[in-house]
Design a protein around this ligand. Structure first.
Ligand SMILES: Cc1cc2nc3c(=O)[nH]c(=O)nc-3n(C[C@H](O)[C@H](O)[C@H](O)COP(=O)(O)OP(=O)(O)OC[C@H]3O[C@@H](n4cnc5c(N)ncnc54)[C@H](O)[C@@H]3O)c2cc1C
Length: 366
């Protein structure tokens, strides 16, 4: 939608609650730009990436932010907020996913430190990028450093969009390329898959009905139990509720793989071979690799690929307890292969059209 030169594309929600581009054929001029920037239609990874990884040019790191409050308020080891502060310090801008007051997860822009807190913590909902492509481009054009964080497909889409935009008539291709290589830092996530925003909205309404009031502060990865964030919490009025993630119906259907976007089951980014500068995720198996670091409060895995990423790490590493390790130690399922399409997905989606999420989930348990 953002790349279209004649605004012929609008986003429409399907029955499963995902947004898809809809092209107005009367307006479309067949320029093909939308296909060229689609991360699903482009080849990934390029063979060059494998070569770089094999040549040992990438660094694999386990890290915990030293500032305990910062780590507590993050999902893993708090790598994101430290990177973000560093960019803001340089007069830069940070893009990340925020759960807005209406419960919709959207990518927003932060220019001040207070704006980073809502970006912290994983939201298990596909976030809307509306406006972000143009905003990132404008900030880069103003010469400001930009940190864009998101799922690997969102980061890839951002780069493809920005690279194509250099070809605009009148643009200076060479200096735009330099701007991208100097000022744009892409930090993607290890990603299980993106759950349906429509089902999330429906689930929120169900919770509000059940608890009798407006819901706020939903947290998918609360660390109060020192369980690496496997607790879900939220507030209704003045009352706070918290329960294990396994007892939350939305999380249950997510981790049973019923609510992922269809493309996620064929994801090309479930590998370490990606083009982003940095990858952030949970350090699974930290209890085996560094038992003394495992305290139930989250450890991040970090992959540093580009020279820019390594330079950034040098600037921020004093804020972490960290260790360097091998590729084998950071590998986890979503860096090897995507989630399998479950046989019962269609049944869940059908039941979900008529029943509350929690009831559809319960019926499928049998
Ligand atoms: C849908 C989803 C699935 C994930 N699956 C896995 C997994 O299987 N294995 C694993 O190791 N890690 C997974 N992660 C990543 C992990 O949960 C942490 O987000 C990551 O390690 C960063 O943690 P942090 O402590 O450094 O940052 P935090 O301070 O917690 O910051 C969170 C970061 O995630 C971004 N973010 C949050 N929600 C979304 C969203 N909906 N869409 C795009 N970006 C978002 C924010 O912009 C921010 O950059 C997943 C994240 C998401 C969003």
């Amino acid at each position: 939608m953002a790349i279209c030169p004649v605004q012929a594309i609008a986003m429409r929600e399907d029955r499963e609650g995902f947004l898809y581009p809809k092209i107005n054929k009367k307006k479309c001029i067949d320029c093909g730009q939308c296909s060229l920037v689609c991360p699903m239609k482009r080849e990934n990874p390029s063979p060059e990436l494998k070569g770089q990884e094999n040549a040992g040019r990438w660094l694999y790191i386990g890290a915990q932010a030293k500032e305990e409050d910062l780590r507590y308020k993050s999902s893993s080891g708090g790598v994101f907020p430290v990177l973000a502060r560093n960019v803001l310090k340089k007069g830069g801008v940070v893009f990340g996913a925020v759960m807005c007051e209406d419960g919709v997860v959207r990518h927003k822009m932060a220019q001040r430190e207070e704006e980073l807190a809502p970006m912290q913590k994983t939201k298990y909902v596909q976030s809307s990028l509306e406006g972000s492509f143009e905003n990132v481009r404008n900030c880069l054009k103003e010469g400001r450093p930009v940190l864009f964080t998101g799922t690997p497909c969102q980061c890839r889409a951002m780069r493809l969009y920005l690279e194509r935009k250099k070809e605009k008539p009148g643009g200076d291709g060479e200096s735009w390329e330099r701007t991208l290589s100097e000022n744009l830092l892409l930090a993607d996530l290890v990603c299980y898959g993106a759950p349906s925003p429509g089902i999330w909205r429906k689930y929120l309404r169900e919770l509000e009905k059940k608890y009798g009031g407006k819901l706020s502060g939903f947290c998918f990865r609360d660390k109060r139990e020192k369980d690496n964030g496997h607790t879900v919490s939220f507030s209704v009025g003045n009352k706070e509720y918290a329960h294990p993630m396994g007892e939350d119906s939305f999380c249950r259907v997510y981790f049973r793989d019923y609510t992922l976007r269809p493309a996620c089951y064929f994801c090309k980014f479930c590998t370490t071979e990606r083009e982003s500068d940095i990858t952030m995720g949970d350090f699974w198996g930290i209890e085996k690799v560094r038992p003394k670091m495992e305290d139930g409060m989250g450890t991040s895995l970090v992959i540093l690929r580009s020279a820019k990423a390594k330079k950034t790490w040098e600037e921020v590493k004093e804020h972490f307890r960290y260790f360097q390790c091998g590729r084998k130690e950071i590998l986890q399922p979503r860096l090897r292969e995507p989630v399998l399409w479950p046989g019962r997905r269609w049944r869940f989606m059908l039941l979900n059209q008529f029943l509350p999420v929690s009831l559809a989930e319960r019926l499928l348990r049998k």
